[in-house]
Design a binder for this molecule. Structure first.
Ligand SMILES: Cc1cc2nc3c(=O)[nH]c(=O)nc-3n(C[C@H](O)[C@H](O)[C@H](O)COP(=O)(O)O)c2cc1C
Ligand SMILES: [Mn+2]
Length: 500
């Protein structure tokens, strides 16, 4: 069984961030920079140029990032997930579509009733055994343990020793930009892992930018209501599958660690934190342990954000560090956000590909979906559908606005299935040509992304949908919709072979 298993599901987990970077280097996807470069603005400028080069450029490994002029003990990696190929490599795949089809297969499958059924699942790359994490006693992420709590003894190690970027000139300070934040629901004990940026206030105090709609914010509210301290762990590095899982729009209550184990086809080893009642991936590069005293808030920001604008200062919870543990040879992973396209476009793009089958299960008419870079995720969503009945495009819009983080979609444009939503220019053509703005648009109210600076009041605002599909008689359109201008297939075939 084991031999068969390893043949059919090719586990491709990375045992550390260094192992992932090594794979990238062997594939020609990584550039090393051995000159010292400042964590204050300079790394951002080099990384921004790389991210904006064709296809997302290469991953960069800064061997000597400097902190206030001093070389850090830890190298820094950036843009490691910033292309379609590297995103797939992070999951050990040739294309993230492979994971999407496994999820699709899994959702359609019935629980295996026999060995043959189980084998069929395995042959299709479905391995549920490895979704379950394992608990281990010793962990690479705890090779070095630094206690930072009140009255801690020993080396005065702190966040000041990590090569944390000050990304943009008007940023309110340094920010950890690729953290995975572990919290627990105090009522049910359910784990959540989310990516929420961390502003450094001093060596042992930070902000925690979980926005009001996010799961950790819900957990925090419950600790506040119960009057209890909230344990939090911030992990960096390890298998990049953890990073993807933390950013993925999984429903509240679905454990990101189960998803990571399923995606990478290897159980995640979890270890107990040394100062907090939480478990974290043993393979992490760094673990920053601490707590939030519910109710304690502090101004966070400004921060040059993924909207392409600075998000203003706002109050967010304060995190107190009790310990920092790390690998001896730890690598500090990070990213920058700003005017698109940036690395996060590829991370978001992978999430959309992977979760498309889930959207399709809820809305079988959906053919494809895209969040173009210009829309910085939530601002603009293109959906193609196979239309069957009147006003179906509006039904799809309402459905998406009611589904998880799709609630933030500011503009939704629905086109027919023969329009390639991955091609923005093709969608613009259909949208402009096929719509009567008055008849085909809908304005509604919904929650908005906290980062959106356009609404007068944060977190809520108008949303607009456009039905750019061909109108049918049932919708009152009786003029006879014209055909798209297209050449005869036989003539196209002839032209393909023409060598005149
Ligand atoms: C690079 C990057 C940075 C992010 N920063 C934040 C952030 O600071 N605050 C936040 O609420 N969401 C942020 N997100 C989005 C969340 O990680 C995402 O919504 C995730 O699904 C939340 O998980 P949750 O549903 O478990 O709360 C970021 C995403 C990426 C890719
Ligand atoms: Mn979650």
């Amino acid at each position: 069984m084991d031999a068969v298993h390893s043949l059919v599901t090719k586990p491709m987990a990375y045992s550390s961030y260094a192992a992932f970077l090594k794979a990238l280097e062997e594939a020609g996807e990584l550039r090393r920079i051995s000159e010292p470069v400042a964590t204050e603005l300079q790394i951002t400028e080099l990384a921004d140029r790389e991210m904006k080069s064709p296809g997302g450029g290469k991953a960069l490994l800064f061997e000597k990032p400097t902190i206030n002029g001093k070389v850090s003990a830890f190298p820094l990696a950036i843009n490691a997930l910033g292309s379609k190929r590297r995103m797939a490599m992070a999951l050990g795949l040739d294309s993230v579509d492979e994971l999407a089809s496994q999820l699709e297969f899994l959702m359609k499958a019935k629980p295996p009733k026999s060995f043959a059924d189980a084998m069929k699942l395995l042959r299709n790359g479905i391995d549920l055994i490895h979704a379950r994490p394992r608990t281990v006693k010793s962990a690479a992420c705890q090779e070095v343990i630094n206690h930072l709590g009140e009255g801690a003894q020993g080396e005065p190690f702190s966040l000041d020793h990590l090569p944390i970027l000050k990304c943009w000139p008007q940023d309110g300070g340094r920010f950890i930009t690729l953290p995975t934040v572990y919290t627990k629901d105090p009522d049910t004990g359910e784990r959540n892992v989310g990516m929420y940026r961390i502003q450094i206030y001093d060596g042992r105090t930070t902000g925690l930018h979980w926005q009001v709609h996010k799961v950790a914010a819900r957990h925090g509210k419950r600790y506040y209501e119960r009057g209890e301290r909230m344990p939090v762990a911030i992990c960096l590095g390890g298998d990049p599958a953890f990073t993807l899982a933390a950013t993925a729009p999984l429903p509240d209550g679905i454990d990101e660690i189960l998803f990571a184990g399923f995606a990478r086809k290897k159980s995640v080893d979890l270890v107990k934190c040394v100062t907090q009642p939480l478990e974290v991936p043993a393979e992490s590069d760094f673990v920053i342990e601490g707590y939030v005293q519910p109710g304690e808030m502090r101004p966070e920001g400004p921060f040059g954000d993924h909207t392409g604008f600075y998000t203003p200062v706002d109050d967010y919870p304060v995190f107190h560090v009790t310990a920092i543990t790390h690998r001896k040879e730890a690598i500090y992973p990070c990213t920058i956000v700003g005017v698109p396209p940036m690395e996060d476009f590829h991370m978001g793009g992978a999430s959309v590909r992977i979760f498309l089958p889930i959207f399709k299960m809820n809305f079988p008419e959906i053919v494809d979906m895209a969040l173009p870079a210009e829309g910085t995720f939530h601002n603009l969503v293109f959906v193609s559908i196979r239309k069957q009945y009147p006003w179906q495009a509006f039904k799809v819009m309402h459905g998406l606005w009611g589904m998880g983080q799709m609630m933030f979609a500011k503009y939704i444009v629905v086109v027919d299935e023969d329009c390639d939503v991955q091609n923005t220019s093709e969608v613009l053509f259909r949208w402009m040509a096929n719509t009567d703005p008055q008849r085909d648009s809908i304005l509604t109210k919904n929650p908005l992304d906290s980062l959106d600076h356009a609404p007068t009041v944060p977190n809520m605002g108008g949303h607009m949908g456009f039905d750019a599909t061909k109108k049918i008689p049932g919708e009152g359109y009786t003029r006879g919709w014209p055909d798209l201008v297209k050449m005869d297939p036989a003539v196209k075939a002839w032209a393909d072979g023409f060598r005149g």
